[in-house]
Design a protein. Structure first.
Length: 165
């Protein structure tokens, strides 16, 4: 997962661990648990410290307020889109979420042909919805999750195989 903060790209990985999460960003690592207290308000516990975070978003940024300090992050457009380099072939494509996400709406089904630009799935991460579109004309080979499912980073939501038009 990449985020942009103050015009700098910050690369990181979030993975599920038992009852919490592990964040690795550069040389920094953090284990934490998170609970939603109410919409947009979260309690984070790390190293015995409890912090309340307020999260909001618009079409371009995610705003996080922790202990009176506000941080605004941008999600690079390509980060939550279709990826091919990890799919095992130049004509194979996978939808992989950049962070733990909820499948809001699957827009295609296995066997369906899609044109470039066709919406495939709507994913929600950190209260921000992202419509993932196909970058190529393709056939949907597999839909591995349904509406309402939770997916972790690296799990393949949809598998595509490119077709020549």
């Amino acid at each position: 997962m990449d985020l942009i903060y103050k015009s700098e790209i910050i690369s990181g990985e979030i993975s599920k661990t038992g009852d919490g999460y592990h964040l690795k960003a550069g040389d920094n690592e953090l284990d934490f648990t998170i609970s939603e207290l109410s919409p947009g308000i979260y309690s984070l516990i790390s190293n015995g410290k409890i912090v309340k975070a307020f999260v909001a978003s618009d079409d371009e940024k995610i705003y996080v307020n922790v202990e009176g300090n506000t941080y605004d992050f941008e999600i690079p457009k390509d980060d939550a889109e279709l990826r091919s380099e990890q799919a095992g072939g130049e004509d194979a494509y996978q939808v992989l979420p950049p962070m733990p996400s909820k499948v809001v709406k699957v827009l295609v089904e296995a066997g369906q042909e899609v044109a470039e630009g066709t919406g495939l799935v709507v994913l929600e991460s950190m209260k921000m919805e992202n419509l993932v579109k196909s970058k190529v004309a393709a056939v949907v080979e597999a839909v591995n999750f349904k509406d309402g499912d939770l997916v972790d980073t690296g799990q393949v939501v949809i598998q595509l195989k490119a077709v020549e038009e």
